[in-house]
Write a protein that binds this ligand. Structure first.
Ligand code: 26Q
Length: 813
């Protein structure tokens, strides 16, 4: 016998709205439960299915309209879509929040409660995946016909548990209750081949006979734009080993192998690689990349030919954007389809391909640049290997003719890295195969031209362009911070909801003390709500009047959580030595996941937890300082934390964070930034003004110069009393008495090179924190700065970013 999770006291049936009746009807006829037996998950599913039925009409209308207009379509190819929960997003964009809330209340169900049991779809690692999700929402909002293409990972980003402060990775089974948002499209299935051999050659007819074939099956999720204007499709591919009967037709022949391939097929989509800064180089990853690229490109070409008849016009009707190099093999795949299946000549195919693709770069870290060992690439994709050679020959022939291209330039431009074990360079393939190559913030784009792509940039000087990232203000203001949204609406009217730039009008309230106070009340309520969450989930009590100082993002040495922790230790030292001083009560909040194989990142998580335990347990600091590491950072947690932040930590080593997007989310929610001149921080500073942001430390040029001219971190550490004391405390086991050597490696890394310039920037960072204290002590000044942040970051809306892509790259606006 099961007891119902809820004991609702439903309204009498005749008091129910038609919507409430529809939800109950869905519950009964599609889920097979009656009201009394239904559990929260059943109500969630019934609500989603009911809403989805309404979305379908708009969805079909959107598709029909695009078809009728013969519109050019945008295809966003990404191995990651970090979409998070969808119910609140869909309700809010459809303007149905209140109505659905009332309908559920009449059934004895709390909408917020069921919203919060929806699994957080974490099909991504971090910024790149979340950007793809914001872009999908803005594309629909701007009424642009677009498809997102990705993989339907069975296990998305791992769930993080902390065991005694150590990260433990657990599988995240987001599909365990099924997924009511998606439609399986059995009719949209494609053969994806691997391995085997190629017969014929480049002059004759080429035939690729794969040794293995997998079937890709589409699952479609609707993406609702603001005010339900348009509904686009997020198409995620799943894999199955296909029917041996079809295998004959596909001419692969090996029945036994195909059956054995069942498990192999499923393993393809089993898991997201949990690494955001290191190209893993594993065969399974390359198989994922090709599987998803091939399915997507086949789907795009099929749709084009079906609608327009002639594959030669593809670039006029389709713009394909590559989200980093992860889908770069698509360039070779489109060439293969055009040449081998549609009989285009090589040059003609190349022309179509280059006009169709655009490529966005998200990182300059050398270890994150993808390249594949040539023998692996050739074994898995023999036909694509031939095409890569042919493309390379064409590009290098042309390059040789250009003035000033020497042997060094040729080897930098080549698609094949010949230094050591030969490798295929995916960034070079994406670059030459695209008509546009963009960076994601102004500094990052400049550095692309000066560093990784310097030689390609000389050869193709018009190709690199900047598109500074953005965030969707629907999720990152209106949904996550309804109190602030209401306050803004009261002040400047509701029009900003349709045009984020209008938030600028708030600036005139910056010095209005009653507005400042209302903003402070909003912030305090959000802090109380976060404190309650932390109390309930972690048992830790926080003072909502303390300054909430927040660093939430992937854990990486370049993001410098270590700098923040060391400064926290130094502050702790100071408070204990001078308890009589007028310290600013602070809560240091951290959250983030480390790649499972990233030793130092995991050690940094443990250090944050060790420092937290020691400080939180010390009665001498008397509640002036608390440190919290909140486990399992994801989109939903970000939505809780960001509205409650006072201070946003954006402290990467200058030149290393391509853009950052968390920085934008915090500023839009009224937090002040402490940050380096890196990524989009620079553009945020330009907009909010120098007085409303705390900038410190070396800039990108100074970091490069220091690295080039020999930097001696030992001298720097020994020259700073605060820094050396804090570092020595960590090194000597003050925070790890159970294992005093625990942090030796981490500290040795500082003394012996300090690649990330933690020591070099420490004093500047600590001084900036004292400027933060001073501003906090003057609450009206702090609040005025907070208003100026909210007012001036409307430009970072992903609507603006997408408009720029649409106009400059895709030619659809
Ligand atoms: C590559 C090969 C094999 C396995 C994994 C990967 C891989 C996966 C994810 C490499 C990189 C990523 C993610 C990178 C990322 O999130 N970059 C961030 O992109 C944001 C959006 O542009 C920027 O704001 C951030 O600055 C950038 O770090």
């Amino acid at each position: 016998m099961t007891t119902p999770a809820l004991a609702p006291s439903p309204a009498p049936a005749n008091d129910r709205s038609p919507l409430a009746e529809r939800i109950v009807d869905t519950l009964i006829h599609r889920i097979g439960k009656d009201e009394r037996a239904a559990r929260k998950h059943d109500w969630l599913e019934a609500t989603i299915l009911t809403l989805r039925d309404e979305i379908i009409d708009k969805w079909m209308a959107s598709t029909r309209a695009a078809h009728a207009a013969q519109a050019k379509r945008v295809y966003y190819l990404s191995l990651e879509f970090l979409i998070g929960r969808l119910l609140r997003d869909a309700l809010s964009n459809l303007g149905r929040n209140n109505e659905v809330g009332r309908a559920l209340a009449s059934l004895g169900i709390d909408l917020v409660e069921i919203e919060e049991i929806e699994p957080d779809a974490a099909l991504g690692n971090g910024g790149l995946g979340r950007l793809a999700a914001c872009f999908m929402e803005s594309l629909a909002t701007l009424d642009l016909p677009a498809y997102g293409y990705g993989i339907r990972y069975v296990n998305g980003m791992f769930r993080q548990r902390l065991d005694d402060g150590w990260q433990v990775e657990l599988p995240e089974n987001w599909l365990s209750h099924g997924n009511p948002w998606e439609f399986e499209r059995r009719e949209s299935a494609y053969f994806i081949g691997f391995g085997g051999e190629v017969t014929g050659n480049d002059t004759g007819i080429v035939h690729w006979k794969p040794a293995e074939a997998i079937e890709a099956i589409a699952y479609d999720t609707p993406v609702v734009g603001w005010r339900g204007k348009r509904v686009n499709t997020l198409r995620l591919w799943s894999a199955r080993a296909f029917d041996p009967i079809h295998l004959d037709a596909f001419n692969a022949g090996d029945h036994i192998g195909a059956l054995a391939g069942q498990a192999r097929a499923e393993s393809l989509v089993r898991v997201l690689y949990p690494n955001d800064s290191n190209a893993s180089g594993q065969e399974l990853r390359l198989r994922q990349e090709y599987f998803f690229s091939s399915a997507s490109i086949q789907d795009i070409v099929r749709r084009h030919v079906q609608y327009f008849g002639d594959v030669r016009t593809l670039a006029d009707k389709a713009a394909i954007q590559l989200n980093d190099t992860h889908p770069a093999v698509s360039v070779a795949e489109l060439m293969r389809l055009l040449i081998d299946q549609h009989d285009l000549g090589f040059d003609e195919a190349w022309e179509v391909t280059r006009k169709t693709f655009g490529y966005t770069n998200h990182t300059l870290l050398p270890e994150a640049l993808e390249s594949w060992p040539l023998p692996l690439f050739e074994r898995l994709l023999p036909r694509h290997m031939q095409l890569v050679y042919a493309i390379n020959a064409k590009v290098l022939r042309q390059a040789r003719k250009a003035p000033g291209v020497d042997d060094a330039a040729i080897s930098a431009i080549s698609l094949i890295d010949e230094g050591g074990e030969r490798r295929v360079r995916m960034a070079n393939l994406a670059f030459v195969g695209s008509h546009s190559v963009n960076g994601v913030a102004a500094l990052h784009t400049d550095l692309m031209k000066q560093t990784v792509f310097a030689d390609l940039h000389r050869l193709y000087p018009d190709r690199i362009n900047n598109k500074t990232n953005g965030i969707t203000p629907r999720r990152w203001l209106m949904e996550c911070n309804p109190r602030l949204t209401a306050l803004i609406r009261d002040a400047i009217g509701p029009e900003f909801c349709d045009n984020t730039a209008l938030i600028k009008g708030l600036e005139s309230f910056a010095d209005d003390s009653s507005f400042q106070e209302r903003l402070a009340e909003v912030k305090r309520s959000n802090k109380v709500a976060l404190a309650k969450y932390i109390k309930d989930s972690m048992g830790l009590r926080l003072d909502p009047d303390a300054l909430f100082d927040v660093q939430i993002k992937r854990i990486h040495e370049y993001k410098r959580q270590l700098l923040n922790i060391i400064e926290t230790v130094a502050l702790y030292d100071q408070i204990r030595s001078h308890p009589e001083r007028d310290w600013t009560p602070r809560v240091k909040l951290f959250a983030g996941k480390a790649a499972s194989s990233y030793h130092n990142a995991k050690l940094i998580i443990k250090l944050a937890n060790d420092v937290a335990r020691r400080i939180n347990g010390d009665p001498l600091v008397g509640g002036l300082l608390k440190v919290v590491f909140i486990p399992n950072y994801n989109v939903s947690l970000a939505e809780r934390i960001i509205p409650a932040a006072d201070l946003s930590e954006q402290i990467s080593t200058a030149g290393m964070e391509a853009s950052g997007t968390g920085n934008m989310k915090f500023a839009l929610n009224g937090a002040l930034t402490i940050g380096t001149l890196d990524g989009a921080n620079i553009e945020i500073k330009d907009r909010v003004g120098d007085d409303n942001i705390f900038i410190f430390g070396l800039d990108a040029d100074e970091v490069a110069a220091k690295r080039a001219n020999g930097y001696a971190p030992r001298e720097v550490i020994e020259g700073s009393r605060e820094l050396s004391q804090a570092v020595n405390a960590i090194a000597s086991g003050v925070f790890s008495p159970d294992d005093p050597q625990r942090y030796k490696g981490l500290v040795d890394g500082l003394y012996g090179g300090d690649w990330f310039m933690v020591a070099a920037d420490f004093d500047a960072y600590a001084a900036a924190q004292r400027r933060v204290d001073a501003r906090w002590a003057d609450q009206p000044a702090w609040r005025a700065s907070a208003v100026r942040n909210v007012a001036n970051v409307g430009w970072f809306s992903s609507d603006r970013t997408i408009s720029e892509y649409a106009r400059d790259i895709w030619g659809v606006m």
